[in-house]
Design a binder for this molecule. Sequence first.
Ligand SMILES: Nc1nc2c(ncn2[C@@H]2O[C@H](COP(=O)(O)OP(=O)(O)O)[C@@H](O)[C@H]2O)c(=O)[nH]1
Ligand SMILES: Nc1ncnc2c1ncn2[C@@H]1O[C@H](COP(=O)(O)OP(=O)(O)O)[C@@H](O)[C@H]1O
Length: 200
Amino acid sequence: MAEGLLVVVSGPSGCGKGTICKELLKRNKDMSISISATTRKPRKGEVDGENYFFLTEEIFKSMINKNEFLEYAHVHGNFYGTPKKFVLEKIENGENVFLEIDVQGALQIKEIYPDGVFIFILPPSMEELKNRIIKRGTESEDDIKRRYKNAFEEVKYIKKYDYLVINDKVIEAVEKIESIISAEKCSVDRQSKLINKILS
Ligand SMILES: Nc1nc2c(ncn2[C@@H]2O[C@H](COP(=O)(O)OP(=O)(O)O)[C@@H](O)[C@H]2O)c(=O)[nH]1
Ligand SMILES: Nc1ncnc2c1ncn2[C@@H]1O[C@H](COP(=O)(O)OP(=O)(O)O)[C@@H](O)[C@H]1O
């Protein structure tokens, strides 16, 4: 069986990564999303084991020591990491897995898994980004400032990614990502086993 795709989605806070991934999962039953671990405190309405695994710094660090993360990074003052087991099992099983992670994590994944598909999301403008973070209403004023400032650092890494999707209308961004995945699945490199089978 062909391996599933590992799809990395990054973008500044408030650009709409979460919204887009949620919609993608709703529409595509063969996709799953990796649930990250974090030391950030849960936002109102966030559920442990659904949005994130909310951990203490002590437990997070013990997972680092046990090599249980595919990648991890310190972002906006908290630790975030991708638990290894879930992602590797799904991919081996032929399923497509999304990682919604920051640029530091994406670069680590690129080193160990260059076959991944790397997508960067941008809002239509930085003004709109600020409006979206404010409108979401989940962050303190200091955190909004920090996330907005970090956005300008994160966008410096866009060229490390394979694709850029602008999230103006959610549904259009979702459709673009679905098209990227369809095209990637048709790539010659990813189909060498199938080519051999057909030609044998
Ligand atoms: N490296 C890494 N970054 C992550 C992971 N999970 C989430 N992030 C990133 O951490 C940042 C903050 O996430 P979050 O606190 O949910 O805030 P949001 O981006 O404003 O929704 C975002 O850039 C996420 O993509 C992870 O497992 N690893
Ligand atoms: N295309 C869009 N147009 C308008 N608002 C959006 C759009 N995409 C997301 N939002 C809103 O912007 C806010 C931030 O989106 P979210 O998915 O939480 O971003 P991220 O996960 O990148 O931090 C949310 O309130 C969400 O409803």
